[in-house]
Design a protein around this ligand. Structure first.
Ligand code: FNR
Length: 359
């Protein structure tokens, strides 16, 4: 793990209520998938190319028409106001200043219009995408989509890996199932079927299917990113269905504990999609080298979840800024050391598995 991130993680741990720390850090079941994410990256090494004359590398990428200062965006995570009183507003400001995309969670403790407003105070063209769990009641999904559109979000990120809620061992042990008084999932307020001023619970449903995704696409012009894809056949299907991008993810090890690490699933997904749509990856990215390895294996960009929460808990907006600045600097440095001119400059042949040569 990058040293700056590791230090922020320790500060976050020291500051947070241990129950909230466990909520952020924990995974499902025996936390096998959670551990697999970082372990999979630790097994990968980068084979640099020499004398390429590529010059200092440019870490910027373009994704769904947005220019990002680096191939790292912020994956959606719930409840930022548990980490810091400024919550999602602080995150949004830091992400906008860093020049990358924030995917704000449907389970945010700040409403999406306040998140986009905070981002745009810093940078008027800052991109915020809205993470959506398709709701079994179509009217609720539609209301959420309109809320995201009205707030000026430029993409919807539909999380498809949650037909039911993962069994979070630490939260069960700690009895953490509700937000403390004063905090709520603000995007869920005033939706159809809820009494005025009250929030609805986020519903998960194993009955959802590709037909529901199609209905969503008929509702909105916004590009849809499908999050939580691991199987290459689903990736191919998503591209056929007109999804704008994929996010390969095991949900930070919080859903199916038997799932592989995202980065283990990435090459087969990238092959299945064959360049038709961009493939993103999250889970266990803790350094610039991790990000660059994922790029070499076919990702257009990576997402970070927990590192942003560490920065936020440790030092609010400045902490999130520190995480993103460090990742950008490291990506740029490592691309250059690998002889690449930009984020597209590495081939899959430049990723090797440590120890695989038998030495
Ligand atoms: C998440 N994640 C998540 N995903 C999502 O689609 N909607 C959500 O509300 C949340 N909430 C959430 C809360 C917390 C505390 C964590 C740690 C994660 C999953 C997230 O988007 C992402 O897939 C992982 O966090 C990526 O892994 P790393 O970077 O945390 O290892």
């Amino acid at each position: 793990m990058n040293g700056v991130l590791a230090a922020l993680r320790e500060r976050a741990r020291a500051r947070l209520d241990p129950v909230h720390w466990d909520f952020y850090e924990g995974g499902a079941g025996a936390e096998t998938a959670l551990a697999a994410n970082e372990a999979a990256f630790a097994r990968l090494a980068l084979l640099p190319r020499v004398l390429t004359g590529a010059g200092p590398a440019d870490p910027a990428v373009t994704l769904l028409g947005e220019r990002l200062s680096m191939p790292v965006l912020v994956s959606p995570t719930a409840f930022h106001r548990l980490a810091h009183p400024d919550g999602e507003r602080a995150t949004a400001r830091a992400v906008a200043a860093a020049g990358t995309v924030l995917i704000t969670s449907m389970a945010a403790t700040t409403a999406v219009d306040e998140v986009t407003a905070a981002a745009r105070e810093v940078r008027p063209d800052a991109a915020v995408w809205f993470q959506l769990y398709l709701q079994p009641e179509p009217a609720v999904t539609e209301a959420l989509v309109r809320r995201a559109e009205k707030a000026g979000c430029t993409a919807l990120v539909v999380t498809a890996d949650s037909p039911v809620f993962g069994r979070r061992t630490r939260d069960d042990r700690n009895g953490f199932h509700d937000l403390p008084p004063g905090l709520a999932a603000e995007n869920m307020r005033d939706l159809p079927g809820a009494p005025p001023g009250r929030t609805r619970d986020i519903a998960m449903s194993p009955a959802l299917s590709w037909a529901d995704l199609r209905r969503l696409r008929e509702l909105t012009e916004l590009p849809v990113v499908l999050k939580g894809v691991l199987h290459p056949a689903d990736a191919r299907r998503a591209a056929d269905e007109g999804v704008a991008a994929l996010l390969v993810s095991n949900h930070g090890g919080r859903q199916l504990d038997a799932a592989p690490a995202g980065v283990e699933a990435l090459p087969a997904v990238a092959d299945a999609v064959a360049g038709r749509i961009p493939v993103l990856l999250d889970g266990g990215v803790r350094s610039g080298a991790d990000a660059v390895a994922a790029l070499a294996l076919g990702a257009a960009a990576v997402g970070v979840g927990r590192p942003v929460l560490w920065g936020l808990a440790a030092d609010g907006e400045a902490g999130v800024a520190a995480v993103l600045a460090e990742l950008r600097a490291e990506v740029e440095h490592i691309l250059t050391l690998c002889g690449a001119a930009d984020c597209h400059g590495l081939g899959r042949d430049q990723v090797v598995v440590r120890g695989a040569t038998g030495v």
